[in-house]
Ligand binder design. Structure first.
Ligand code: DHA
Length: 128
């Protein structure tokens, strides 16, 4: 079995030694996305809602580059800088996944995220 690197200009370039995603068989494993503008590689302006939306758009672009989509996500991991942002983050997250049949998820607060981000999301999805 061969792994395949996923790379797209529609999502931010990696800021460290990782790939945007890796495909293995019919699965896509995305790296964590932070709210970087894909065009500039810089952090977007705004609070948790704007950042969450940018993160989800970045994840969408990586999934699509890997031949998958939000509809095929089975698991996400969400990292928040501040658990007080949980409700606002969930509101944006739900716009993308809905609540019926939403993927399995873990959501944790962490001490710090790269580039001072307020949130980061990674996903595992299938391809059919
Ligand atoms: C942004 C990342 N996914 C990282 O630094 O690993």
């Amino acid at each position: 079995m061969e792994k395949e690197v996923v790379s797209t200009a529609a999502a931010p370039a990696a800021i460290g030694p990782y790939s945007q995603a890796i495909k293995l068989a019919n699965l896509v494993f995305t790296s964590g996305q932070i709210p970087l503008d894909p065009a500039t590689g810089t952090m977007i302006a705004g609070g948790i809602e704007e950042q969450a939306r940018r993160v989800m758009e970045n994840i969408k672009a990586v999934l699509e580059a890997g031949g998958s989509s939000f509809a095929k996500v089975v698991k996400t991991t969400c990292f928040l800088k501040d658990m007080n942002d949980f409700a606002k983050f969930n509101t944006v997250y739900q716009e993308y996944f809905g609540s019926d049949g939403a993927p399995a998820r873990s959501c944790v607060a962490v001490a710090e995220l790269p580039k001072g981000a307020l949130c980061e999301v990674e996903a595992i999805a299938y391809i059919d």
